[in-house]
Design a protein around this ligand. Sequence first.
Ligand code: NDP
Length: 488
Amino acid sequence: MAQLPIQKLYINGRYVDATSGETFETINPATGDVICDVQIASSQDVDKAVEAAKTGFKIWSKMSGTERSRILLRAVALLRERNDELAILEVTDTGKPMQEANCVDIESGAECIEYFAGLAASINGEHIQLANGNFAYTRKEPLGVCAAIGAWNYPIQIACWKSAPALACGNSVIYKASEVTPLTALKLAEIYTEAGLPAGVFNVVSGLGPVGQMLAEHDGIEKISLTGSVPTGKRVMESASKTLKHVTLELGGKSPLIVFNDANIDNAVSAAMLANFYTQGEICSNGTRVFVHKDIKDAFLEKLIARTSKMVIGNPMDLETHVGSLIHKDHMKKVLNYIEIGKKEGATLSYGGNQVTVEGFENGCFVEPAIFTDVKADMRIANEEIFGAVMSVITFDNEDEVVAAANDTQFGLAAGVFTQDINRAHRVIENLEAGTCWINNYNITPIEMPFGGYKQSGIGRENGTVAINHFTQIKSVYVEMGDVDCPY
Ligand code: NDP
């Protein structure tokens, strides 16, 4: 791909130059080539975006849900029409395999907007009958200007997951993508405008962490929704506390996938691979602690290693590629360092874990999926989020022991259980401290199902009807039908 022109900010329905005079480069991690320069928003630019979003809010929030839905559905159609060009941009910016981006990343974003567009017309309060003909009603009102900050692993999907419920409820949005993957959020902004979204209702301010912090602290913004790491989540919550903003946090994880001895082993292996190796392992909900019952450990590992060894590592644009490039060199170093830590801690590296040089992509960040066995629950590789394709296989003997081990973490984003015993499946799920769980599958995130974490993995939920509650506030209205009862 030829170098793209410098990317501007998107404020009030059009591209505008940032006033900071500063830029950063976005890089194709598979090649090391600069894709383009991106302008950094200054605090004045953020103020300008807030003013535009306030103006947009006045128009958008007064439209009926049906009108909003109609515009959002046009954006859905445009996203689907442009799937392939957006997928190319996303693969160039993230290094993920095209076979994922062309059917998941843009489509799951489109589906999310489609889902919330479907709900927009039925976001209602309730009528509450009281004594003597008096009554109350509630109004489910939008919050106002909402800011959203994304991580780099699913850039356009995260921008859709955050903007869709916000917009369906009548809010306006200011979005900041990760500095590492800033491109597709701008395309989403173009699409929203083309679909008929009024100017100022969806704005994009690019930049590094400080731009996110400006949004989290801004007194013209009512809500902040972040997808990112736990340390950033804590910082954002602290910044947001200055103005007591509503906060939704989708943070990291170190999730357990528990495979009992009656599990369908082929399915469990499929799930463990998806739960660790999809998108080079750069997925927050990954089941990176794979607890396997000791009776089936050998059979499980034999199948797992045989199938993992057939995974194709290479050019992300090649449709045959399963494992693309990690997001950047520092992240690759971090992943390779954890693999060394695992070896030093005494775990057995049973497969992979080496850096790979791909012909024609010598500057890329390619690492073989790694499978550690003989992992003990207290090892660092079994406790810290690596965010790369590094699976820790831990054997267990009984249900109580594995549930206790699974819960022994500060995280609580997701969990999975493989068993044919329905009683055990539901009992174990009940006892797991995780916000998003699967029985006999892993990492399936239908838009209808709420997604989010327990403990330090987050606050609030995305997706499902519950997301509406996180982008609205209730106004209670009492209506007196008689005289005022007054003792004076
Ligand atoms: P980071 O926490 O580093 O960054 C997330 C976003 O926050 C980026 O846009 C970043 O900007 C911005 N940011 C950084 N500092 C601040 C600040 N002080 N105030 C406001 N915003 C700030 O996460 P990554 O981008 O590295 O993403 C990986 C992490 O995200 C992993 O921990 C992963 O588990 C988590 N994640 C969680 C998901 C979930 O739904 N639960 C889904 C996907 C990822 P910039 O990048 O420009 O510095």
